[in-house]
Design a protein around this ligand. Structure first.
Ligand code: ATP
Length: 236
């Protein structure tokens, strides 16, 4: 079972307490979105989940185990994959090298070729561009590499920070179709998106964050109709 539970999580930077006690649960196989305006703390929560930022209070449980001070690399090995904001690829390395770099994590090592085949099957364009330097790819292709790289570690939960940013609608649709396919195969998703319309149409449930606190949560379809969400995030 792959269940992520945040209880009373607080974290921040230096003297700034950015996240001030949030509860959030992602049940196995569910698609969950975290929405909120610029600076609400979405990326900060992502960093607390993937272990790049220590928590100051509360607990994060994954698969029934409290993560505590577990290192980021160990969280990846435990099945939490991240597609970071800005993609963070190695621009001078090829697509294949970027993908393979991630497979040095745990079990993925023996399954490198299998992993590559799976990624190329999901994103055929990456097979065609396997030898091309990542920095020369289009934005959409780079996002595909970032997602593919996370998949190379065989995650059971994929955390995506702003996957649609700066991409044309057609490419976004293509990427979300792959994400949809992955969730049908049982992968859980935490989607952080500025595009509220897109994320609420895609996920099962969502949390609305304001100034480091959850101000609304519920089924995505209900939130799409919620007056506060419509006014604040959908411009309606
Ligand atoms: N490394 C850092 N050091 C200090 N403050 C930071 C750092 N990273 C983020 N912050 C601050 O934490 C707050 C939340 O930032 P965060 O990036 O989590 O917001 P966000 O909801 O993801 O916003 P965006 O949609 O603009 O990415 C902001 O006030 C930001 O200035």
């Amino acid at each position: 079972m792959s269940r992520l539970v945040l209880q009373g999580v607080a974290t921040g930077y230096g003297k700034a307490n950015v996240i001030r006690g949030i509860d959030l649960t992602i049940e196995s196989g569910r698609r969950v979105a975290l929405i909120g305006s610029n600076g609400a703390g979405k990326s900060t929560i992502v960093k607390a989940i993937n272990g790049l930022l220590p928590t100051r209070a509360g607990t994060i449980d994954w698969d029934g185990t409290t993560l505590g001070a577990m290192k980021a690399s160990d969280r990846t090995r435990a099945g939490i994959g991240t597609v970071p904001e800005g993609r963070m690829l190695f621009p001078e390395c090829t697509v294949r090298e970027n993908l393979v770099a991630a497979s040095t994590f745990g079990a993925a090592k023996e399954h490198r070729e299998q992993g590559l085949e799976r990624v190329y099957g999901l994103f055929p364009r990456l097979r065609e561009r396997a030898g091309q330097r990542a920095g020369t790819l289009s934005g959409g292709e780079q996002q595909m590499v970032a997602i593919g790289r996370a998949l190379m570690t065989r995650p059971r939960l994929l955390v995506l920070d702003e996957p649609s940013i700066g991409l044309a609608p057609k490419v976004v649709a293509e990427i979300f179709e792959v994400l949809s396919r992955l969730t049908r195969e049982g992968l859980s998703l935490l989607l952080v998106e500025q595009n509220v319309q897109l994320s609420l149409r895609f996920v099962d449930e969502a949390y609305v964050l304001r100034q480091g606190q959850v101000v609304l949560q519920g089924a995505a379809a209900e939130l799409l109709d919620h007056p506060q969400v419509r006014t604040a995030y959908l411009g309606q």
